[in-house]
Structure formats: C-alpha cells, structure tokens
Design a protein around this ligand. Structure first.
Ligand SMILES: Cc1cc2nc3c(=O)[nH]c(=O)nc-3n(C[C@H](O)[C@H](O)[C@H](O)COP(=O)(O)OP(=O)(O)OC[C@H]3O[C@@H](n4cnc5c(N)ncnc54)[C@H](O)[C@@H]3O)c2cc1C
Length: 283
C-alpha cells in the first residue's frame, strides 16, 4: 500500500519549521525526522498526515555537544552517532552500550534520538535512558521555548507533553559523575525486536554504600519511568547480590505491567525482576 496524499515541506531553519508547524499542525501536519516510525505507519495508512514538515535540512538541529554539565542532542542526531562514546566518562559509555539494542543498523543510520523520544514507544531504549537520567526536553513553537523534564514529558502510551505544533528541538542529558556505575539489560524475543522489558540503572558509591540510585524500567508499562520503590531498596546499602535482588523484587512489585496476546502481565512482571537484577549486576 502507498501513503495517503500529503504536502511536503522542507524548511531550512528552525523558525521556518515552527511557522509551518503553526499553520499545518491543526490539520494533522507532522514533523518528519528519521521516518523510521512515521513512514511505515503511513505506508499502512495507520497514519494519514496531510502535511509533513521534514526537518532533515536544518543544520542547527544536527548539534551534538556538551554545554555546561549537559549533553545536548539536536533533533537531527541519528542513533548511529552513539555507536562510539560521544563524550568522555560514563554517559558516553552508557549511550554506546544502549544504542546497539535499538532495531538494526540500517534503521539506526536514519532514526533519530529525538524522534524516539517524541514517538514515545514504551519499548524505546532512549526513552528509558531519558527517564532514568532525568533528561530535559526542549520544545519550541512560535509561542516560545519550554523545557520539560522527563517525568512530566512521558504521559502514557506513545503520548507526550508536546503540543501538536511543538518541535522537540533537542534533548539534554546530564553528564554523569566520573565514578558513576551503570547497567542496561533488555529482553526481546529476537535480536533487533522491540524489547518486552528493559532496565537502566545508575548509582555511585560513598563509603562503600550506594548513593543517588536511579532505576528506570521500560517496555513493561505504557511509558518508561523511574521506580522509586526499587531505588529506595538500593540507597544506603552495599552493592551485591542480596541488595540487587531486593531492588529487583521491589521494581517487579511496583509496576503495573501491560498485557498483550503474546505476553501476560505476570510474565512481564517476572521479566522486570530479571532485567532489573541483571542491569544492576552489570554495574
Ligand atoms: C523494524 C524496526 C525496528 C525498530 N526497533 C526499535 C527498537 O528496538 N527500539 C527503538 O527504540 N526503536 C525502534 N524502532 C524505531 C526507530 O528507533 C525510530 O527511529 C524511532 O522510533 C523514531 O525516530 P525517527 O527519527 O525515525 O522519527 P520519525 O519516524 O520521523 O517520527 C516519529 C514520530 O515522532 C514525531 N517526531 C519525530 N521527531 C520529532 C521532533 N523532533 N519533534 C516533534 N515530533 C517529532 C513525528 O512527527 C512522528 O509522529 C524500530 C523501527 C523499525 C522500522
């Protein structure tokens, strides 16, 4: 099947893109980034946008740089940019560890980091990373710029706090202190498939005890989120099998798992326990 007819716009600046979005968003005008989620749904006519605003020609959205204590990831930065650490220290290594779990190589050469965040698939690895680290999303429209924190941004199944005429111009991730330990683990039925459950964990040690624990779970609920109960089970304890098992059990107990024809809620809950424990064991 071919997509339904649409009008194509190719702005060269952010301001131009925002002006077009202001005009076409009320008539189901959409941003086109890597097209790796949008184009297949258009081909099946599950999505029928009447206008596409292609942002790929806007050089300002290709920025990938450290500003202050954050890594700024522009809307046109593709997944493949993270195959090698983009910044020294644990954040760069974390991102290069996670990226190889996203789809397959050809998709990673087109799909964008910000596209994944805007699309907000529950099983998106970048959404789990953004939730875990407390990313800040920069949303622009003709009305101005808003900063939205991850815990307010992800609002449910493929639903975000972005307004229809807003462009997610960049995502900002906090740099992680040098001795931050991190882990990532996901389970999918076949390599390259969307994960059924995943966990991203970070913490530091002070006097051999865990401080600043962060545990985010993705794939199991409608949106990725930090699990406070699991973090409490880690904080103040020495790292090790028992502590990790306790935190994993707390994560499994705290979630409200999604269910589908292939995966029962009980199975997903069990997977959350496993992926959380394994992510922590990597750290
Ligand atoms: C076979 C296959 C397997 C995949 N497996 C995985 C996987 O394992 N993990 C994973 O995370 N992803 C997976 N993906 C999805 C892929 O990562 C996409 O690249 C990503 O979800 C969307 O990014 P994109 O740049 O392609 O966005 P697009 O497809 O261009 O857009 C997606 C949606 O987000 C909106 N949007 C995009 N960018 C912006 C922006 N800057 N501001 C506002 N709105 C915006 C668009 O309007 C559209 O509604 C897979 C895709 C395929 C085809």
């Amino acid at each position: 099947m071919k997509p339904a007819p649409f009008r194509y716009h190719a702005p060269k600046t952010v301001d131009e893109a925002l002006a077009i979005l202001a005009e076409v968003a009320p008539h189901d005008g959409r941003v086109l980034a890597g097209g790796q989620s949008l184009v297949p749904t258009m081909a099946f006519r599950l999505a029928r946008p009447t206008h596409l605003v292609d942002i790929n020609g806007i050089d300002a959205l290709k920025r990938l740089e450290v500003e202050g204590d954050e890594l700024c990831i522009g809307a046109c930065v593709r997944h493949e940019a993270f195959h090698h650490p983009v910044v020294a220290g644990p954040l760069g290594t974390l991102l290069s560890t996670v990226v190889r779990h996203i789809a397959h190589y050809p998709i990673r050469t087109r799909g964008t980091f910000c596209g994944s965040i805007a699309h907000a698939d529950p099983a998106s690895e970048w959404c789990a990373v953004a939730a875990a680290l407390g990313a800040r999303m920069v949303a622009k429209s003709v009305r101005g710029t808003r900063i939205i924190f991850a815990h307010e941004f992800f609002a449910g199944l493929m639903t975000t706090a972005l307004n229809e005429d807003e462009l997610l111009s960049e995502v900002r991730l906090p740099l992680l202190p040098p001795k931050t330990r991190f882990g990532f683990y996901e389970f999918s039925r076949r390599a390259g498939d969307f994960a059924i459950a995943m966990a991203v964990t970070t913490y530091r040690l002070e006097d051999e005890k865990i401080v600043e624990p962060r545990i985010a779970v993705g794939g199991a609920e409608p949106n990725a989120r930090r699990i406070a109960e699991a973090e409490q089970a880690l904080g103040g304890h020495a790292p090790g099998r028992e502590t990790f098992a306790r935190a994993a059990a707390a994560a499994a107990a705290a979630i409200d798992p999604m269910e589908d024809a292939m995966t029962s809620a009980d199975y997903r809950r069990d997977l959350v326990r496993t992926v959380t424990r394994r992510a922590l064991e990597q750290s």
